[in-house]
Design a protein. Structure first.
Length: 199
């Protein structure tokens, strides 16, 4: 029974990836371009580099567990809401991909910025905070872009009927749960474990 369910889930994932290959490729490209721009722009941050490293913030006593978690969650919910609004028209897919690009930009800033206080701490910060949190958010955004823009129908897009909007909101719930789990791990559990065992 478990093997059958696993095979079904794997097959469903393969079908999803195949049907939305173009959206996924554009989303990944937008993320990559954003990362490159973020890395280049990070050179202009100067002394503010240290603010991008949660280990430094823990050591200085300025890290806020709940605040960091809720900001990450609210930003992701806002991104999903904007993607849904972009579903009003097929041409609004371009601004939807800008959301993935902006996420990449923030990740690029973090990849450079968190290395400033110390290389070892910066690498740990990248591996245990930035990459899992931001790549999960990117996967959530790109998946929702695929879901929304494959549901477009008529002149008003997904807003042609309230049932269509409600269905898309419900489809966003599993994505929100996945990101919430990643945010709890990266913003609360990992920093807490670091404080307990390394400080």
């Amino acid at each position: 029974m478990k093997n059958r369910k696993l095979c079904y889930n794997v097959t469903s994932l393969k079908i999803f990836l195949r049907e939305h290959k173009l959206y996924i490729l554009i989303g990944c490209a937008s993320l990559l371009v954003g990362i490159i721009i973020g890395v280049i722009a990070a050179r202009g941050f100067g002394e503010d580099y240290y603010k991008l490293n949660f280990i430094y913030e823990l050591q200085s006593g300025t890290y806020a567990f709940a605040k960091t978690f809720f900001i990450a969650l609210l930003c992701t919910l806002g991104g999903l809401a904007l993607i849904l609004l972009c579903g009003f028209n097929r041409w609004l897919i371009i601004p939807a991909f800008f959301i993935a690009g902006f996420l990449g930009y923030r990740l690029g800033l973090g990849l450079v910025g968190c290395l400033q206080p110390s290389i070892a701490g910066g690498v740990a910060c990248i591996i245990f905070y930035y990459l899992p949190l931001y790549l999960t958010a990117a996967a959530v955004f790109i998946a929702y872009i695929c879901i929304v823009f494959s549901s477009l129908c008529g002149a008003r897009g997904v807003f042609g009927s309230s049932a269509s909007v409600k269905r898309l909101v419900l489809k966003a719930m599993p994505l929100v749960i996945v990101f919430t789990a990643a945010a709890i791990l990266c913003c609360i559990i990992i920093p807490l474990l670091y404080r307990l065992f390394f400080m």
